[in-house]
Design a protein around this ligand. Structure first.
Ligand code: NAP
Length: 362
């Protein structure tokens, strides 16, 4: 465990943006995380905990404290009637999915190709095509930043919601994820809920005539193909993937507000959701005048960034700065709000120089 100084953060992010961290340390074990946190607390340094860098925007000014890069490795796949996988927080998420799918176990196949590390997945209850981590998660082992003690949460404890969990709310910034355990299903055919994926699966011959294990593998292939088509699988050769994936979450609006919207915007797509109606953010962005391939350029000088040519929700670094990207994000957000009265929320975390202090609320 080596403390480094003035480390450029851009290479640690999928956006390729961000200035230097005053201090930077890689932690591959629980003990190392504890020691790094204790030392930062002693020196009163702000701390930012970094995983795969796929959902984060560092400012051009960098980070004035300690960036703690979690590299906890190790993955154990336990076969049985209800197989389980336990993986360190630093394990690449798609490596886990691949290992599970190769064994024909189901439960995470729709989450194929999502960038980032295992440790990041419970924070926002990562989901895709109607499947989310909350459905398979057994437990999350964490280190409490306020007490430096280990604490294990069950799925129920995590208070999962749509792209949401306790780790984003009351306990924001309080816990460092160390390890995640998932329970999969064997000999079970995946349930495909989204028409787009149903079509992609049908194009590959469908699931009806293949064994359950092969069905899981086929779904992974279909998901990867869909995501690649949208430039949502990391690929150094594809400039559209210098992004943080979806930059805005899909808003859920109250039913009454949606009724008003529907009157004004016929054909507005929608899906039922807890607490109201979910409206695809990509549709709002495009309708508000920001098509795929749009180049930033409004007031904030956002010309060094743009919207992916393959997906309206992905803001892409086109050789610019974080300031460019954030100017574009604000331009899009203001445009959508002006047109629809809906304020989009950012999905990635924009790291403020003071870093979120661990919450002490219980
Ligand atoms: P998409 O499949 O084009 O879907 C666009 C929007 O329509 C999303 O809000 C999606 O809801 C909703 N939707 C589509 N079909 C639906 C159905 N049958 N029932 C309910 N809602 C439906 O979205 P995309 O951007 O290409 O992304 C593909 C998948 O990856 C989506 O599920 C998306 O959420 C997921 N994704 C997740 C993350 C993350 O967890 N951080 C990041 C990027 C993409 P949902 O968003 O609820 O699926």
């Amino acid at each position: 465990m080596q403390l480094r100084e003035h480390v450029l953060l851009a290479p640690y992010t999928t956006l390729g943006l961000g200035g230097r961290a005053r201090y930077f340390i890689e932690c591959g074990t629980e003990e190392q995380v504890r020691a790094a946190l204790a030392s930062a607390a002693e020196r009163r340094l702000p701390v930012y905990v970094l995983g795969g860098g796929s959902n984060v925007v560092f400012l051009d000014s960098g980070f004035p404290g300690l960036v703690l890069h979690i590299t906890i490795a190790g993955m154990e796949l336990r076969d049985g009637p209800a197989p389980e996988v336990r993986a360190g927080a630093g394990v690449d998420w798609d490596t886990l999915v691949q290992g599970v799918v190769e064994r024909g176990w189901s439960g995470v196949e729709c989450l194929s190709g999502i960038p980032g590390t295992v440790g990041g997945t419970p924070i926002q209850n990562v989901g895709a095509y109607g499947q989310e981590i909350a459905e398979t998660l057994v437990s999350v082992a964490c280190l409490d930043r306020t007490t430096l003690e280990r604490r294990t949460f069950t799925a129920r404890d995590c208070a999962f919601g749509y792209r949401d969990s306790r780790f984003k709310r009351a306990d924001r910034g309080r816990y460092v994820v160390l390890e995640v355990t998932l329970r999969l299903a064997r000999d079970q055919r995946p349930r495909i809920r989204y028409p787009e994926l149903q079509r992609a699966v049908a194009e590959r011959g469908g699931l009806d005539t293949v064994a359950a294990g092969d069905a899981v593998r086929l779904v992974r292939e279909a998901v990867l193909a869909l995501r690649r088509r949208k430039s949502m699988v990391l690929d150094p050769a594809d400039p559209n993937t210098r992004s943080a994936g979806s930059f805005f979450t899909n808003p859920v609006v109250p039913a009454s507000a949606f009724a008003d919207l529907e009157q004004r915007w016929q054909g507005i797509p929608s899906f039922p959701a807890d607490g109201g109606v979910k409206v695809p953010a990509a549709w709002l962005v495009e309708q508000a005048g920001f098509p795929k391939g749009y180049r930033g350029g409004g007031g904030g000088g956002g010309g060094g960034s743009g919207i992916s040519t393959r997906h309206a929700l992905a803001l892409v670094n086109l050789g610019g700065t974080s300031a460019d990207l954030l100017a574009l994000a604000e331009e899009v957000r203001a445009g959508v709000e002006k047109q629809f009265g809906i304020r989009l929320a950012y999905e990635p975390e924009v790291v403020s120089p003071s870093s979120p202090p661990p919450s002490r609320s219980r």
